[in-house]
Design a protein around this ligand. Sequence first.
Ligand code: NAD
Length: 499
Amino acid sequence: MVRELSHYIDGQRVDGTSGRFSDVYDPCTGEVQSKLPLASADEVRNAISNAEKGQLEWAAMNPQRRARILLKFVDLVNENMDELATLLSSEHGKTFLDSKGDIQRGIEVVEFSAGAPHLLKGEFSDSAGQGIDVHSLRQPLGVVAGITPFNFPAMIPLWKSGPALAAGNAFILKPSERDPSVPLRLAELFTEAGMPNGVFNVINGDKEAVDTLLEDRRVKAIGFVGSTPIAQYIYATAAAHGKRAQCFGGAKNHMVIMPDADLDMAADALIGSGYGSAGERCMAISVAVPVGQETADQLVAKLGERIKDLKVGPSMAKDSDFGPVVAASAKERIERYIQAGVDAGATLVTDGRGVTVDGYEGGFWVGPTLFDNVTKDMSIYKDEIFGPVLSVLRAADYEEALRLCSEHEFGNGVAIFTRDGDSARDFASRVEVGMVGVNVPIPVPIAYYTFGGWKASGFGDLNQHGADAFRFYTKTKTVTTRWPSGIRQGASFVMPAGS
Ligand code: NAD
C-alpha cells in the first residue's frame, strides 16, 4: 500500500493540491513506499504567508523562552529517537546506528542554538563621542528557507533551522524529495514542543517550489546544501533577488598518509570514512594519498584485507556495515564511474558491482570498490562519485600530496595521518581546504565551531552552525544615541573625524 505524504504548514500536515507527485523508495527493496506531493508556486506562497504571521509572534517572544521550546524539542527528539532513526533508514538506506548519528549531530546544533540569549547580544560603546553612546542589535531577518540534500535528512535541516529559529526567524524547509518523512516528523515535534504555528514549515517539492522560494521577496535568506551545480544556481539566483545565501556543494575529500603514520589506524579510518553510509557523505574520504611507494603498497594490502570482511546489507540488520545507495539512478551513476576508472587504466583492486543481498534482490546495492594507481586526469579522481568508491593516488613526496589536496576543484574536508607534529602543523596551515583532520578522517566540526568547505564546495562568506550561523540569520542594526544633556553646539556640517 503506497502512502501519500504531505506538506507541513501552519502547525499541521497539509495534503498537496498540485496533482504532481514523486515516488519515495525503500532503497533496501527497490520498491516505492510512498508518494510525495510536489508543491505548486501557489502552495509555496501560501506557506510563506503563514510563516510571515507566525514569525511576528515568535520574534516577539524573548530569546530565552524560544530557547526553552528548542530544548523541549531536543527532549522530544531523544524520546522518539528509535522511531525517527527507523524512518530515516527506511528512506535513505543508511544503517540504523548511522541514522541515530545523523539525528544526534542535528540536535547538537539545536542545543548550541539554545544559547541564543548570549549569541544574540549586541555591542555597546559608552561615550563613543562626547555624550554619545553606540550600540548594536542583532534582529531576525523574518522568513528564511532551507533547501537540503538527501544524505542527512535530519542533521542538515536542523543545522539550518536550529540557529534560524533561535534567532527569531520563521523557517520554511524544502527537504530532499528522496527522504522527506523525518523532516515532517521533526515539524510535528516542533509543534509538540510549543512552537507557534507557522514558525517551522515543510514544503515538499522540486524546482518549482525552490524557484518560488528564491524569487519571493518575503523570503529573506536561503540556506542550501547539495550538489555544486545546484549550489551555484541557488547562490546566483538568490543574489539576483536581493537575498543573502549560503550554499554548500559537493566534495572530493583526500586523506594523506605519511610514511610515519600508524598504517593500521589509517586503514581502519579509510574503511570507515570511505565506505560508511555507502560513501554518501559530503565528508566521506574518496581519495587516499599515500606518500612513497612502500607506504602505498602496505596500505593497499591492508585495505584489501579489511574490505573482504565488510558486510553490505539491509539498514536494520545489526551486522550490516553499510546499506544500499539511495536510488537506482545513483547505483547506475556509480557503476558508470567504476567502468570509466577501468577504461582509463586504474587498477580495480575490489569491484563493488554486481553485489546482491539475499531476500533484498531489488535493492540498490553497490559493494565496496577500491582503485589503485589512479591519476589526476581520470574522471574517478576529478568528479564526486558519491558512492562506496575509494581511489588510491600515489604521491612521491609530501609536497606532491599537499598540492593534490590544494589544487582539487573541491575543498570540503581533508585529513593527514602522521606521527610527526611538524608535518601535521604545516599541512593544516597550508592546505586549501575548509576543514582539516589530523589523524581524524572525517573532521566534521562540533556544533560550536563552524562547518564550511572552500572553493567549489561552498558559496557565501559565512559557515553553517557555530557563531557564523547567528550572523547569517540576523541583521545588524547600529544605534547612535545622544541625549539632550549632551553637548549643544548648533548644526554640524562636517563628518566628525576621530574622537
Ligand atoms: P542535489 O543538489 O541533487 O539536491 C539538493 C536539494 O536541491 C534538494 O532539496 C533538491 O530537491 C534540490 N534541487 C535539485 N535539483 C534542483 C534544481 N534543478 N533546481 C532547484 N532545486 C533543485 O543534492 P543531493 O543529491 O540531494 O545531495 C548530495 C549532494 O549534496 C552531494 O554533492 C554532497 O556532496 C552534497 N552535500 C554537501 C554538504 C556540504 O556541507 N558541503 C553536505 C551534505 C551533502
